[in-house]
Design a protein around this ligand. Structure first.
Ligand code: IFM
Length: 456
């Protein structure tokens, strides 16, 4: 790493994971099923019929995994609590063994000087609550607040960084509008109810955390990707694709942060959601926050698609757009622009809570036992470079969490897509830091020593 100043010395560097994607131990020590356990059992819904039953076996290997984080020099680690592990029926009786697991994790992180960032919800709603209507039931806001209170009381003495939800729009669109993720529903009224109730749950959760955790720093994690209408080789988009992409944009990017931070729904959604909104709701949702969590990967190209309930769907990027081998556009400039736009739009410090490179390649070690994931190194160099440009241009970015620490269960894609800095051999559960992990460790070291960190 040479000498171009790029990041302030106190810039925070970490990595993210989520409970269902890494923990495994799905039926151990009192954990009950979530909607993802159920979804994985539906025929043909997850590639190769895979599930998070074992995943990275992190539940059993946690101490070694935290030692690995320390070796990489991570300063922060964002994980999620599995709601059905700590409250198997979603509410009521607690599961002490589940609660103990996160106690041990948090203590171990702190022993190694790694700041825990706790996310309450990364998509694994207890199945027992779904059976009561799940997020479509307005009571879900209260269920979530009670779950948040349990975690706040238990972990708030040691955990100060809290996120309510991860990627509101993604789990609600995929689970309740497209039907491609748990709980596999595609229904307009249900989707609208879910959007509003999840927003209410977020607001109620923030209030609980604020009341119960002294010195809490609270945020929410959003997926924000520039939405562009599909345009063919001519470069011109059809009017119907422009219109569809505009509605898709509101659903994907603004249906959650706008109510939470501006106290209103975006214009195309507002009228449709009105029947679910009761007096006082917008004030319940828009509670003061300390930071904005951004998960960013790539621009989305929207197009009209009448086979899907809202009439919008995924289009294709222009042919000249570089793409990764999983087909995602490669556009660091879009990352830089998103950071600047969010700084202006919401005026909150931004933490990049996810960004990373996924590949279908198996990334098997070479004869020397090394995983030479050059494409991921290039991605990280380009995207952290774009983040440095955003900072220089005035974006208020305070930290970056790579997605993901480990290869893990990539939802409907099963184990076929690898996002990890650390390779996981799913046969043996061996962990091998890839070249990208070494590159990232070097960057962290360079910035924290000199406040520089040129993109080598
Ligand atoms: O694996 C997911 C994660 O759970 C949420 N954000 C995107 C990642 C990659 O698809």
């Amino acid at each position: 790493m040479a000498d171009t100043p790029a990041f302030p010395k106190d810039f925070l560097w970490g990595a993210s994971t989520s409970a269902y994607q890494i923990e495994g131990a799905a039926a151990e020590d009192g954990r009950a099923p979530s909607i993802w356990d159920s979804f994985c059992r539906l025929k043909g819904r997850v590639d190769n019929g895979e599930s998070g039953d074992v995943a990275c076996d992190h539940y059993h290997r946690m101490p070694g995994d935290v030692a690995l984080m320390r070796d990489l020099g991570l300063q922060a680690y964002r994980f999620s609590v599995s709601w059905p592990r700590v409250l198997p029926r979603g509410r009521g009786a607690v599961n002490d063994k589940g609660l103990d697991f996160y106690d041990r994790l948090i203590d171990r992180l702190l022993e190694h000087g790694i700041e825990p960032w706790l996310c309450l919800y990364h998509w694994d709603l207890p199945q027992a609550l779904h059976d009561l209507g799940g997020w479509a039931n307005r009571d879900s806001a209260g269920w979530f607040a009670d779950y948040a209170a349990l975690c706040a009381r238990r972990y708030g003495d040691r955990v100060k960084r809290w996120a309510t939800f991860n990627e509101f729009s993604v789990f609600t669109l995929f689970g309740y509008a497209f039907g491609w993720g748990a709980p596999s529903i595609a229904d307009r009224a249900t989707h609208l109810a879910v959007i509003h109730h999840v927003n209410l749950a977020h607001g109620a959760g923030v209030d609980v955390l604020r009341a119960l955790v002294p010195g809490a720093s609270i945020g929410a994690v959003h997926s924000v990707q520039p939405m562009r209408p599909e345009a063919g080789p001519s470069g011109f988009a059809r009017p119907e694709d422009v219109e569809a992409a505009a509605l898709f944009d509101e659903h994907w990017n603004w249906a959650f942060p706008d109510p939470q931070l501006r106290a209103h729904y975006p214009p195309r959604i507002a009228a449709a959601i009105e029947p679910f909104v009761k007096p006082g709701d917008m004030a319940r949702i828009a509670r003061p926050l300390d930071w904005f969590g951004l998960n960013h990967y790539a621009p989305v190209y929207g197009r009209r698609d009448d086979s899907l309930i809202w009439g919008f769907g995924f289009g294709s990027p222009p042919p000249e757009m570089p793409r990764t081998d999983i087909g995602w556009p490669y556009d660091p400039g879009a990352f830089r622009d998103t950071l600047l736009d969010l700084t202006r739009r919401y005026r909150l410090p931004v933490y990049v809570t996810e960004n990373g490179f996924g590949t279908k390649a198996d990334e098997t070690p070479d004869a020397d036992g090394r995983v030479l994931d050059d494409a991921r190194v290039a991605y990280l160099r380009d995207y952290t470079g774009a983040m440095a440009e955003a900072l220089a241009a005035g974006a208020d970015v305070r930290g970056y969490f790579a997605w993901s620490l480990f290869d893990n269960f990539e939802w409907g894609g099963g184990y076929g897509t690898r996002f990890g800095l650390v390779r996981v051999d799913y046969e043996t559960q061996a962990r091998i830091p890839k070249e990208s992990a070494r590159w990232y460790a070097d960057l962290i070291r360079a910035v924290s020593i000199s406040g520089a960190g040129e993109q080598a």
